[in-house]
Write a protein that binds this ligand. Sequence first.
Ligand code: BTN
Length: 266
Amino acid sequence: MAPDYQSLGLALSQQQTGLVLEVVDSLDSTNSELMRRARAGIGQPTLLVAQHQTAGRGRLGRQWLSQEHQTGNDGSRAAGESLTFSLVLPLTVADWSGLSLAVGLSLASSLHPDLRLKWPNDIWLEQRKLAGILIETVAIGSARLAIVGVGINLGPRGASGLARAPAWLQEVVPQIDAPTTLLRLVPGLLRTLQEFESLGFAPFRAGFAQRDALFGASVSLSDGTLGSAEGVDARGALLLRTAQGLRAISSDEVSLRAPSTGAKAA
Ligand code: BTN
């Protein structure tokens, strides 16, 4: 293992997480690799880190081009250093709704007080995307494996043609590198997954509210509905005040109405 990951491996074993740490140079996608293993019956709890992904995936079928490149919604690319990893472990959960919000809250809390959460799966710094979360599950016998994939921009990007420039972690935590970032976030992430397994999203709702980047913002849904974001409910659904009243949105894609959102400053 690369020397800079050795202390992470040691910490994971000292904390008796039961996680295998695997760091690879290149993969198509850490989520895809863990999905393939799960479907082949290999469900060993694992933290899989790729220094480079050739076919990284984002939510809603989008691409996540990382390490050297990442695409924006407009298809443009920008250069920059990033951390890409996936964690797989069995979870017995009655209601999966809100898991990506709980994970986002855990990561943001472990990394920096200024980080905000953009429902349902992004971490923002000053209204710019810093990280994304992709959670997938696989049934394996009577159990279910959760694959929690995370991509975090660590370093500055070169000249960016992105419509909205991305943020990066070193803006607020100077010089932090990938192993140190993992060292900071993995223990909290494991605690969050354990708590979610027992209690679902409800105990995370107040913490989410404190970092909610959309609260008070005018947002539009992919179905054309317009409204004002009023936080999330106890299952993590977005509460949207529309002309027809308050709606709880569980799965639509929500995008901020640019440029004047009325969102609270981060
Ligand atoms: C999103 O913003 O839509 C989610 C992005 C998630 C990207 C991470 S990078 C590690 C893991 N492997 C993938 O292919 N995707 C996730």
